[in-house]
Design a protein around this ligand. Sequence first.
Ligand code: GDP
Ligand code: IMO
Ligand code: MG
Length: 427
Amino acid sequence: MPAIVLVGAQWGDEGKGKATDLLGPSADYVVKYNGGNNAGHTIVIGDQKYALHLLPSGILTPGVVPVIGNGVVIDPAVLFSEIDALEERGIDTSQLVVSANAHLIAPYHRTIDRVAERFLGNAKLGTTGRGIGPTYADKMSRVGVRVQDLFDEKILRQKIEGALELKNHLLVKVYNRRAITVDEVVEEFMEFADRLRPMTADTALLLSNALDAGKTVLLEGGQATLLDVDHGTYPFVTSSNPTTGGACTGSGIPPTRIDRVIAVVKAYATRVGSGPFPTELLDADGEKLRQDGAEFGTTTGRPRRTGWYDAVVARFASRVNGVTDFVLTKLDVLSGWERIPVCVAYDVDGVRHDEMPMTQTDFHHAKPVYEFLDGWDEDISAARTLEDLPKNAQQYIKALEEMSGAPMSAIGVGPGRDQTVQVRSLV
Ligand code: GDP
Ligand code: IMO
Ligand code: MG
């Protein structure tokens, strides 16, 4: 039985949360494998709206075991406030399992994230300020703190001492902040130890056993391909691997057990924070997309940058992730345009590029080469089959499919769970 990976194809906020929720009933386990509470997924079920950050979107599906994998970074206070908020709304979170190897976000990580951004000035990345980058940096530097460390206070203290030794120099001498004491961090973390213990497991073993038993495991990526620290628009990226490779390292499920890779792609493009964005619209058209698509961040409330669909980006996502299916979202937002530009290639200083340019400099110089597709006026939010869509909307989907490297297997026509045109089965 299959492991299925679901990734974002662009710069995040493609509608991964809704897509995961849609697939929820077909999955036995839904695993978050990267990122932390920098993610923001809005899921609409009937008249209820849920904003999830750290918990896998599968938490909203009864019967699914939600798993936070080893590749995730966890802010324990955020974890429990999210759990409590869902429980208050009648969602059962008792099945949640957390990897013993997941790293913890400490208060000093959040501080460093914010002050480092301030120091960068105009060159800032526009991070979410949640401590994500500094926590992954500590993981790689081997001075991180893991969930399992909470169960041995002596070890926890030693690790925090090790981590703070250098950091306090940085905080005090470079950033002009106060030093953080080992005691305050230990105390804060230990508050969560008893509550975390019963939900902690060797999740890689759990998932391997689940696959052996014929269960379906859905691996849900946070962020997206162009925010991947290896494959994205570095340095304007997040500090993890949202791409398919990250699904393996972040869960312990090997590549040989993955048989489907679903990429969620928006019918236009958005980006939050700094960094290159070739099809960005800085005019009234961009503002119209932002308003029509309600493009304001779930996590930070920042207005999202908006632009036209970029098929070079989609092809790239298809290639680096091994995409088998796309879920095309927010097609309904494009109703009302006479013609819709789609970027098919870049012009980089007079040279046509059909693939992502190799260097950061070239990508910063990339100008979109547009093809113009005919638009439609109809409200399509009630469509449930391809035939329900206006001819030009069908043509738009077909054209995107041909340019993007994989079939468009489901089309989102609204935020609601049922507002989907299912072209072929995804599981
Ligand atoms: P994620 O981070 O990829 O999970 O995406 P977000 O939840 O941050 O942003 C996607 C937004 O679009 C959410 O507010 C969703 O409710 C909404 N959404 C998802 N799919 C569709 C769709 O097909 N049409 C419309 N109009 N909204 C959608
Ligand atoms: P979801 O899962 C959109 C962006 C930030 C910033 C950069 C680095 O909802 O798609 P970080 O705090 O991760 O160090 O910030 O990455 N970013 C996102 N943009 N959607 C997200 O998640 C994002 N998570 C991080 O805006 O530019
Ligand atoms: Mg989001």
